[in-house]
Design a protein around this ligand. Structure first.
Ligand SMILES: [Fe+2]
Length: 305
């Protein structure tokens, strides 16, 4: 291998001045002088020949420490950073939006709040499912707590309003899947029949008198194990919370072990918990749409819409 002379050193410097990287300089050097030199050798040649020369080193050309020479890591292994890995969703999340309607208590609804809810829902472009969360109808005429003299509506009148409002939903959202979750107020009908006309049990029921089949509603019966998977997702809907106490959403997320949305308590609550296995569950009470000034609801101390 020939030694460097002034010509070869100046050639290297000119290449660098033209903006060539050290690897490119090595290529050019080989073309010019017919000898392959590594970029490190060329760099050292310039430094040795011209001690005052400033030799820039591109970051990508810096030598990596060789095996065996590497400094031992000062941190114990357990303190070294490890990128966190997140579990992939087990299934694809359903696309679209569900309209979940909590306790309206027809005909004792807050018409203003209900209309506002409909107005917002009409602006949702991909509304795929309507879930009535229970207590759609009040069934005040057959309640077992006694009746305020101001309210004289018969059961037939109550039911006709509740059915009309269901039809209105069908007309407004004809393409959405429709689900009717039975609440404790609808369950008043079954209780009334048990107590007063047991022979009619199975003949007169909520789906029949509200024409749910005709209107295309899937009916989810009231009971301790009641649940419906909203749009096939991991969010379950039911009328009542599973847990009680001051914060029903908190106790429900503990007891349910899954995400859950519910009505019944007429309050707005939300609680989220991440469990030890990394599963993230949410429980939400979504308020109600009934008339809080109605004496029909006089047995409840507070409500939130
Ligand atoms: Fe209710």
């Amino acid at each position: 291998m020939s030694k460097y002379d002034l010509r070869s050193i100046l050639f290297i410097q000119e290449c660098r001045a033209e903006g060539y990287s050290w690897n490119e300089v090595a290529d050019e050097y080989e073309k010019e002088f017919g000898e392959r030199r590594s970029h490190d050798t060329l760099r050292m040649a310039v430094i040795n020949y011209l001690p005052s020369a400033t030799v820039e080193v591109e970051e990508e050309e810096m030598e990596m420490p060789r095996a065996g020479k590497r400094e031992p890591n000062p941190l114990p292994a357990y303190l070294m950073y490890e990128p966190k890995t997140y579990p992939k969703p087990k299934k694809e999340i359903s696309k679209g939006t569900a309209l979940i309607i909590p306790d309206v208590h027809w005909p004792y609804a807050d018409q203003r709040a209900y209309n506002l809810m409909l107005k917002v829902a009409q602006d949702v472009p991909d509304l795929r499912e309507i879930v009535i969360l229970g207590d759609w109808a009040d069934f005040y005429a057959i309640n077992s707590h006694g009746k305020h003299p101001k309210y004289t509506q018969t059961l037939v009148e109550e039911i006709s309003v509740a059915r009309e409002k269901l039809e209105e939903l069908v007309i407004m959202f004809p393409k959405a899947k429709r689900v009717f979750i039975e609440g404790n107020h609808e369950h008043r009908l079954a209780r009334y029949i048990y107590n007063n006309a047991p022979d009619l049990f199975g003949i007169i029921d909520v789906p029949t008198i509200l024409s749910l089949n005709t209107l295309g509603f899937e009916f989810i019966k009231y009971g301790p194990n009641q649940k419906y998977k909203v749009m096939g997702s991991n969010l379950y809907a039911r009328h009542e919370p599973i847990g009680g106490g001051t914060h029903a959403a908190n106790s429900t997320v503990d007891k349910a072990g899954c995400s859950m949305i519910f009505g019944h308590i007429h309050r707005i609550q939300q609680y989220r918990k991440v469990f030890i296995d990394g599963n993230d569950h949410l429980a939400a009470s979504v308020g109600w749409l009934g008339d809080k000034n109605s004496e029909v609801m006089g047995y409840l101390k507070n409500h939130a819409q």
